[in-house]
Design a protein around this ligand. Structure first.
Ligand code: NAD
Ligand code: DAU
Length: 362
């Protein structure tokens, strides 16, 4: 890998990935294509914006002209595709945006990448990689006692978000099967860590708790997710780029499966410890049950034996250490938080999503 195109690199996982590979591979050159939607944030990349090995292009993966120009202008040997609409609750409010970005955008990217790849010299063709970053949500929901999702679990997406990601996975797969396009798909569980947009459970709970606002728990709070610290995900992606087989899919997960309520209580305890002067201690008093997410998946769990065996990857962080780092990061970055919270579209989203649930405002 020398010249890598990253889509969606101004978002949560993409920006962590850029930092991670700049730190771990000293000769890589990165082009970050991002349309800076509500969750794209150049503050995530401030510290590297002037590096010679990094440059940013504002552009939309759905724009045929822009993507065509990109592949005409640069000679990439690797594409890592993060750009997407990523929030399940927003997909319930506005599914068409998810079809446009996640399905049409991925189709447009693939089409142009294929044309580019077909014109490469045989040696370059052989080493080119297109890594599509996807989610465990394509597999649907598990009941208690069901075995975890493996790479051969049939797709059964339950939200418009999950369905749009499933469609994009199918498109990537079809390009490998039909054109032998050197694609790899990863399906990862819930990430958490620095730079996560505060609409997702963990940053939302941290920030509401610091501010003494209610901590909204959907339904009974007994839903289960498999939590992975974001830099462990980034390391897995890097190793898959270097050791993974084209045409394969790899599940990535953290082997951490607390119920939502337990994870919220854990965050509250960390804040009780880190903020002994807070008037809101114990922070768990702020927990408030609110009406459930429609179609809410009950449980996710990942069988990660394939990536462990074939790639040699395992997560380094456990939930306790990862949550402590994450809470500290949000406490240490009030300016980053404020820049998001003061935006009218963030306030508007909080109202749309929570006012109908009767929470988030006191
Ligand atoms: P995010 O919402 O934080 O970031 C998405 C990024 O994509 C933003 O920078 C945004 O500006 C950009 N983007 C959106 N539409 C675009 C478009 N049309 N053209 C160009 N850029 C566009 O999301 P995230 O949590 O970082 O997720 C990144 C990827 O990883 C997604 O594909 C998501 O499905 C997948 N994923 C996320 C998780 C998770 O827990 N967050 C887990 C598994 C997989
Ligand atoms: O599983 C991987 C997926 O994880 C990614 O593909 C998605 O991009 C990412 O957003 C995430 O989806 P979830 O829906 O699992 O994440 P979210 O943080 O929105 O919610 C986590 C759990 O917490 C879920 O069961 C819903 C619940 N929840 C969420 C919010 C925002 C609450 O109880 N209250 C809330 O306010």
């Amino acid at each position: 890998m020398k010249n890598i195109l990253i889509t969606g690199g101004a978002g949560f996982i993409g920006s962590n990935f850029i930092h991670h590979i700049l730190n771990h591979r000293s000769t890589l050159h990165i082009t970050n294509l991002d349309d800076l939607t509500y969750s794209g944030n150049l503050d995530n990349l401030k510290d590297i914006q002037n590096l010679d090995r990094y440059h940013f292009i504002k552009g939309n993966i759905c724009d045929p002209e822009a993507i065509n120009c990109l592949f005409q202008k640069y000679t990439f040997d690797t594409v890592v595709h993060f750009a997407a609409e990523s929030h399940v609750d927003r997909s319930i409010q506005n599914p068409m945006q998810f079809i446009e970005t996640n399905v049409v955008g991925t189709a447009n990217l693939l089409r142009n990448a294929l044309v580019f790849w077909e014109k490469l010299e045989p040696g370059q063709k052989r080493t080119f990689r297109f890594l599509h970053v996807s989610t465990d949500e394509v597999f649907g929901s598990l009941d208690a006692g069901d075995p975890p999702f493996s790479e051969t679990t049939p797709y059964a997406p339950n939200s418009p978000y999950a369905a749009s990601k499933a469609a994009s996975d199918h498109l990537v797969r079809s390009y490998y099967q039909t054109y032998h396009f050197p694609a790899i798909i990863t399906n990862c569980s819930n990430n958490y860590g620095p730079f996560q947009f505060p609409e997702k459970l963990i940053p939302l709970i941290i920030l509401n708790a610091i501010a003494g606002k209610p901590l909204p728990i959907y339904g009974d709070g007994r839903q289960i997710r498999d939590w992975l610290y974001v830099l462990d995900h980034c390391q897995a992606l890097l190793e898959i780029l270097e050791k993974g087989k084209i045409g394969e899919t790899y599940n990535i997960g953290g082997n951490n499966q607390p119920a939502n309520l337990d994870i919220v209580r854990q965050i509250c305890s960390i804040l009780d410890e880190l903020c002994p002067e807070s008037p809101f201690r114990p922070h768990s008093q702020l927990i408030q049950f609110v009406p459930d997410r429609p179609g809410h998946d009950r449980r996710y769990a990942m069988d990660t034996r394939k990536i462990e065996k074939e790639i040699g990857w395992q997560p380094r962080e456990n939930l306790e250490s990862g949550l402590m780092k994450t809470v500290k990061w949000y406490l240490d970055h009030p300016d980053w938080v404020e820049n998001i919270q003061r935006k009218p579209d963030y306030q508007a989203w909080m109202n749309v999503n929570y006012s109908q649930r009767g929470a988030a405002k006191r």
